[in-house]
Write a protein that binds this ligand. Structure first.
Ligand code: 2HA
Ligand code: ZN
Length: 269
């Protein structure tokens, strides 16, 4: 028995997470237990799910997140491998309910798989998104090799330097990641400070943020879109690095070409 049985909407959400988990592994972005994914599945929750008893203890989130009252999330499990989640999403992730105090969660299905170590940043971001009236339901954190490599150069960490380089490598990057790449300076993984800084960067109007020397965090309507933005940014990073490896600094699209594309596709400036 699984909470996904006879619930095609919910099963699709979890299936999409499994699909993305497979991509993250195949791309080499998900070593060991690296990365995490959470999806706000509240709209797929019915009365039978609401009546399910907790199967684990009430656990503190570490933050109080008032907008999450009554919310349910599918979360990757802590210490679980993306490559395992790709095949067995309900053995390597779980469905949690936020308790009425908005400061604790409890696991309700399928097994007692403790959620991701980055739960504070994921849930704090979901709390922020709901507060903003955003339609975004999915957040993905992963360790893309080329983007993390670029984050070791302080020059690239200045505001929008990296966004502009990456956008200029290939027209698709701005088209499909129109808000660019925000930068969060290095902070301890799993910390509340990292959660706060991530929200601040998203509030600055980024959908994807770089955690310096660690990875990226993206938010979108669904998990596939959250993955796609990281994928297009990484494609550009790879083109940039390939050009450098061939011994030249790539020209990038010109400012005029970028302006023309921005206007033609009606993208934010
Ligand atoms: O879940 O990637 O940042 C493992 C991580 C923590
Ligand atoms: Zn990480």
């Amino acid at each position: 028995m699984s909470i996904l049985d006879n619930r095609p909407g919910l099963a699709k959400q979890v299936g999409d997470v499994a699909e993305v988990a497979g991509y993250l592994w195949q791309k080499g972005w998900a070593e060991r237990n690296g990365g995490n994914i959470t999806v706000n599945i509240t709209e797929h929750v019915d009365d039978a799910i609401r009546a399910l008893p907790a199967i684990g203890p009430k656990t503190p989130i570490g933050l109080t997140l008032p907008n999450l009252k009554g919310c349910y999330f599918y979360c990757k499990g802590t210490n679980r491998r993306m490559r395992d989640l790709a095949r067995w999403p309900m053995q390597n992730g779980s469905v949690i309910r936020i308790c009425d105090d908005c400061a604790h969660y409890e696991i309700i299905a399928d097994d007692v798989v403790k959620p991701t170590s980055e739960l504070p940043s994921h849930l704090a971001v979901h709390n922020y998104l709901i507060g903003k009236g955003s339609t975004y339901k999915a957040s993905v954190h992963t360790h893309p090799i080329e983007l993390v490599a670029m984050s070791h150069n302080p020059e690239f960490l200045k505001k929008d330097v990296l966004s502009n380089i990456l956008w200029s490598m290939i027209p698709e990057t701005k088209a499909f990641c129109p808000r660019g790449l925000g930068i969060v300076p290095y902070m301890l993984p799993s910390s509340n400070e990292l959660a706060d800084a991530t929200i601040k960067a998203i509030d600055d109007d980024y959908d994807v943020v770089m955690w310096e020397k660690h990875g990226v965090f993206s938010v979108a309507d669904d998990v596939l879109e959250a993955f796609d933005m990281i994928d297009v940014l990484t494609k550009s990073a790879t083109i940039y690095m390939d050009a450098r490896a061939m011994g030249f600094i790539p020209d990038g699209m010109t400012d005029a070409q970028m302006k023309e594309m921005t206007a033609a596709f009606n993208l934010p400036k």
